[in-house]
Design a protein around this ligand. Sequence first.
Ligand code: DAH
Length: 329
Amino acid sequence: MLDDFKKIGSEAAAALGEVKDAAALEEFRIKYLGRKGLVTGMLSQIGQLDKDDRRKGGQIANKTKKEVTAAFEELKAKLGTGAKEVKPLVDVTLPAVDVCSGKSHVISQTVSELLEIFGRMGFNIAYGPEVEDEWHNFIALNIPQEHPARDPVDNFYIDDTHLLRTQTSTIQIRVMENQKPPIRVIAPGRVYRPDTVDATHMFMFHQLEALVVDENITMVDLKTSVDQFIHAFFGPETKWRFRPSFFPFTEPSCEIDLLWIDKNGNEEWMEVGGCGMVDPNVFDAVGIDSEKYTGWAFGFGIERLAMRKYGITDIRLLFENDLRFLSQF
Ligand code: DAH
């Protein structure tokens, strides 16, 4: 076996002499110096030698490995391993490629924040369908057939009795039909109205509805909850007010206005939602005892909340899907 060892050494030297290019050099490396190569193999065979030969065998194997490796490295440097001909896969001198990750729309972000705030205040989340029937959109909300609040030419009807919901107050009815008091829900969703589009109007927008029903609920609960919400969402310094109003499904009813400074530095009140104490007729429509229970409700325009919070002056920007605008949020 010692003779074999010596032969491998001279064979390797001869083979290296024949190597003319990078490909042949790689073949050589695999045959002799690779993991299963002949030179590497010698070292693992030492254990099989007779005891007397082991020392000698070890010396030859190590020497051969050292010499062949040195000669290989020398030739490799000379041939340059052909690396010069291979084009680099990546040009590290080019500017880096932008990492472009998506994110949710500013309205979706606002909805998440609103739900989180009311979640902390102990509200459950409710959803309802966007195609509604007259009962949920009007009748149960104390808006009978002849009521001016439901002029049919002013709404998107699907057929004679179904329409795209005009308000998320529909969800109040759906919740009260399925759940007995105490009730504390928050309900976000899209609503549709054939409004002429301008800086503050869209035919589709989002509302945030709230409903609380229990014994001894008063306007103080409503005012406290709105106050807590506005200060959590807009900051503790934000000024707001109740303004007397009318909605068929609340009595008394109020608008909620926020104070803001316009671009000329003047203070202005901006309406962001409606609210009030649930009208007993609404409780009667859903079979809740209006002698025993009282409740409050509100409906905010989510676009208005977002516009006020982020200083957006035109609602149309929210729906044009221009990434230069959207990526700012
Ligand atoms: N649904 C009303 C609208 O779309 C807003 C509203 C007013 C909702 C009073 C309420 C409320 O829950 O109590 O204009």
